[in-house]
Design a binder for this molecule. Structure first.
Ligand SMILES: Nc1ncnc2c1ncn2[C@@H]1O[C@H](COP(=O)(O)OP(=O)(O)OP(=O)(O)O)[C@@H](O)[C@H]1O
Length: 602
């Protein structure tokens, strides 16, 4: 008997019993098909939510079949399940299980399902307590699956995209189809193929219609060419959240080597504003309160995470901005005199490196932890130009010749006027320009380069702290980004984490600095007047340090005196003191006071 006839008989029986069938369909023949299709569609549509049920059913059917045909195979399943669970736990990241919790969950489910299959194959799927274990265990393990945020987001996107053919028909893009889609923290992106003759411009004009059809907020949809730049493809970016709506916490360093691009923060379409600093100089501009120092913090958070870069810094605002990073900074100059010496040493380093490269027949300095890059961060570059105008020659040299030898300049300033940037090449040599909000339209060209304002780089309209425009070889169109925000606690935490990673300068550079110092007088400062040797010609820093330590009184000599006498940074002095203490040549008398060990006293 056909199912249609069965249904008709069932309906007649219901009427005889005084009941009314609920579904009335004119053509009876369609009724069974319709019900099957509706159920089938629902089972398919909710396949993600029902996946635990499908898995349980598959296990029952497979275990039943195997129990009858191959009950002795269970040891193979045990080995396979164990290996699969181990592989997921260890290599799951390659399969898209980015989080450790996801890998742990996948491994647990695999092991649990495998163990049940083993027992079901050996004993039969109805053998007690296997059915109870399946129901209870399946439910417990299904809860994280149902709760998983990214899975739910993916399902929602799949459903939105399955409606694309109708949407496309309605908005005049009939024939375009989805090729792939990906969910991320801010929303999702999908790659589409266009029908013959359609162009990306056609899609751009339909953005409001797409937003309406997908039910997003206004401004949530962006359309970009695909990476391969094919004219009949486009990428649709749909934001569930506006990435710039509020401050974005720094997710931690995006790099472990200066050879990788640094992530400054997301653009409005949530893609990362990444740029490479190696063999480039950077200029960061913006008025007070625009978030410039925040941008420098992101940079410092990343650079300090790299074992192949030594950081020097100049902060003439008495170290206000960079002081929190001091433990990770090899050398921090906070006075004009220290800044002058630091820049002179940087030039000595670049010259020595260039000479060494020439001798080796090499063209460029490849940074490694033993031969690190040198990045010099100068906060408030304008103050440097005002207070120490004679350093312009040094900064010019570094800007022009630093790239090949991996000596990089990062200058931050409120207004990079010609005066502030020195007379020479510094500004024109800046390959990466980051502009936070500027006060006047003309400042756009000062920071980003001539003609940028007319080309649409409107940094004067940036409307919240931390928002920036970046011009770099990787970024040649004006897109608004927002820098990550590092709280004071985040900075302190990063400093603690990264302090142990910091490398020292290579021997070539250290020798160059020592030679540079050997030819000059130490700066004479008030506190130095009472120190031994302060009026003698300057010694190499290592020698000056040793002289001070061996001549120190019993109660030791304070570290600031050692810093002044050597002309080097506090971290530099501490590092040498640690080395000398390790070899038993110096002792720390009290906190911050040191002297040579008794055997070495003068
Ligand atoms: N990326 C950011 N996201 C959100 N808010 C930010 C961001 N950066 C900075 N801010 C906010 O703006 C304020 C000013 O930031 P910041 O001190 O970095 O500005 P600045 O341009 O360096 O100013 P100044 O030159 O006076 O130091 C901060 O107190 C902070 O609240």
């Amino acid at each position: 008997m056909s199912r249609a006839r069965q249904m008709r008989r069932h309906a007649r029986k219901m009427r005889r019993n005084g009941l009314q069938p609920v579904i009335v369909v004119n053509n009876d023949d369609h009724l069974p098909d319709l019900a099957a299709v509706v159920i089938g569609r629902a089972l398919w549509r909710y396949r993600s939510e029902l996946a635990p049920l499908y898995l349980a059913l598959t296990l029952v059917i497979t275990a039943t079949a195997l129990h009858h045909s191959q009950p002795t195979w269970w040891p193979y399943f045990l080995v396979t399940a164990t290996l699969a669970a181990w592989a997921l736990a260890v290599f799951g990241a390659g399969l898209g299980l980015a989080l450790r919790a996801e890998r742990f969950y996948a491994a647990t489910v695999t092991m649990a399902a495998g163990a049940w299959l083993v027992a079901g194959t050996a004993l039969g799927s109805t053998h007690r307590p296997l059915p109870h274990v399946l129901v209870a265990g399946g439910f417990v393990l299904a809860v994280p699956w149902w709760a998983h945020r990214r899975r739910r987001a993916k399902v929602r996107v799949d459903r939105q995209l399955s409606a694309w053919p109708q949407i496309a028909q309605t908005i005049g893009l009939a024939g375009s189809r989805v090729q792939s889609a990906m969910v991320d923290v801010w929303g999702w992106r999908a790659r589409f193929a266009l029908a013959r003759g359609q162009t990306i411009q056609d899609v751009t004009t339909k953005i409001p219609a797409i937003e309406s059809a997908l039910g997003t907020f206004r401004g949530a949809v962006r359309v970009h060419p695909t990476q391969d730049d094919r004219a009949n493809r486009f990428e649709l970016r749909v934001l569930d959240l506006d990435p710039h709506a509020s401050a974005i916490a720094w997710p931690g360093p995006s790099i472990t080597s200066v050879t990788e691009p640094i992530d400054l923060g997301p653009f409005e379409d949530a893609t990362a504003a990444r740029f490479l600093l190696l063999r480039r100089h950077a200029l960061i501009g913006g008025i007070a309160g625009s978030g410039k120092s925040g941008g420098i913090n992101v940079l410092m958070g990343n650079l300090t995470a790299c074992r192949d870069v030594v950081i020097w810094a100049i902060d003439l605002k008495r170290g206000m901005e960079l002081q929190p990073w001091a433990r990770c900074i090899d050398r921090l100059a906070t006075t004009p005199e220290q800044a002058r010496v630091l820049l002179r040493d940087a030039v000595a380093v670049l010259e020595a490196r260039a000479e060494w490269l020439a001798g080796q027949g090499r063209r460029v300095w490849e940074p490694t932890p033993d031969m690190p890059a040198l990045v010099i961060v100068i906060d408030e570059y304008a103050e440097l130009a005002d207070d120490v105008p004679d350093t312009a020659g040094h900064t010019d040299s570094i800007a022009r010749r630093g790239r090949a030898v991996a000596v990089t300049l990062v200058a931050a300033t409120q207004r990079p006027t010609q005066k502030a940037m020195g007379k020479g090449a510094v500004r024109s040599q800046m390959d990466v320009r980051v502009s936070f909000r500027v006060r006047e339209r003309k400042d756009v060209d000062l920071i980003l380069g001539q003609g940028m304002l007319t080309a649409g780089w409107h940094a004067h309209t940036l409307n919240a702290p931390g928002k920036f425009l970046i011009s770099a070889p990787e970024h040649d169109t004006p897109r608004r980004g927002r820098a990550y925000l590092l709280t004071d606690e985040t900075v302190a935490h990063a400093v603690t984490e990264h302090a142990s990673l910091r490398p020292s300068l290579d021997q070539i550079s250290r020798t160059a600095i020592e030679e540079a110092h050997a030819g000059v007088h130490l700066p004479v400062e008030d506190e130095q007047a009472e120190m031994p040797d302060s009026t003698e010609p300057a010694l190499a820093p290592e020698t000056a340090l040793w002289v001070m330590l061996t001549g120190a009184p019993d109660e030791g000599i304070p570290v600031p005196h050692l810093v002044t006498a050597t002309g080097m940074s506090r971290p530099w002095v501490y590092q040498r003191l640690r080395e000398l203490a390790d070899s038993g040549r110096v002792i720390q008398v009290t906190r911050g006071r040191w002297r040579a060990a008794t055997d070495h006293r003068q």
